[in-house]
Design a protein around this ligand. Sequence first.
Ligand SMILES: Cc1cc2nc3c(=O)[nH]c(=O)nc-3n(C[C@H](O)[C@H](O)[C@H](O)COP(=O)(O)O)c2cc1C
Length: 331
Amino acid sequence: MLACLRAPVVLAPMAGGVGTPALAAAVTRAGGLGSLGGAYLTPQALRDAIREVRALTDGPLLVNLFAPQPAPDVTPDAVALATAELAPFHDALNLPPPTLPERVQEDFSAQLDVVLEERPEVFSVAFGPIPPDALGALRARGILTVGTATSLSEALALHESGVDAITVQGGAAGGHRGGWQDDALADTLNLVREVTRATPLPVLAAGGLMTAGHVRAALDAGATLAQCGTAFLLAAEAGTSAPYQQAIQAGTRDTVLTRAYSGRAARGLRTTLTDAVHHPLPFPHQNALTRPLRTAGAQAGQADVLSLWAGTGYRQAQATGAAQIVASLTP
Ligand SMILES: Cc1cc2nc3c(=O)[nH]c(=O)nc-3n(C[C@H](O)[C@H](O)[C@H](O)COP(=O)(O)O)c2cc1C
């Protein structure tokens, strides 16, 4: 898979601002596989980001979206509970009271059309299998397809669906749990071993891989590539906001699994908000509901209202150029 890579390192797609075209291009130029997390981008912004990477490198690129799913219904009572929990945080930042916008997610099929037209070398999704018609269209354009599994049963379902490779995400990983079934938190290396024994597909190991030794261990367990996100949070080319960077560098917070920001379980640094929210709306509603707070918080330097996605290894993140980080992850 992608024999042209000089380093067995994939930049984990990181939607929401951390992953930038400059970061993707820097990782690809350093011999790894750069990526764009496009889930929250409008189709036009996704196209612009892909073209920005293409202007910086002619090497390979991975683009990632969230598998399409209808937004679940939410009752007025549930909205009232969720907004009441966020109201004090809005007050503290002088924001108007939280309200649920009409549009809570981007249109997957319009985003996919951009992918099909721009033809990144690799396309991956989180939160479910790639729909069969999308898979066929991607195939027809020679785009490699990757699904995300957090358990053996999800990996088997992805194999069955016909993808070319599987990202196997362990419980240590930063950001959202990329699977779609309620699962236990797996040890990354154990799950890689199980999946590589049970399916013939190449595996991208994700979760807690912060050093060349960790990457070596993942490859020894059977992985073809290591997909690293948290290792790049402090990269010079990353879009990590200043308060987010400071919280990572301070190293004083625990990581927790929380639904407070998006309604889906994700691993990040513990904040006042992760402690205060007990009744989040389901994804993607909560994500849309907390967006104004997160935007204002980043501007005001308030880390405690930001989704500080980070894996358990976050204290080993290095503040340096992405090329240097790729080199430090290469066995
Ligand atoms: C800030 C951040 C954002 C993320 N966003 C996405 C995303 O948009 N799509 C996705 O498939 N995975 C996303 N992930 C998860 C990564 O793909 C990957 O599983 C994880 O970073 C690997 O574990 P590590 O953080 O310990 O390296 C994100 C992770 C982080 C840290």
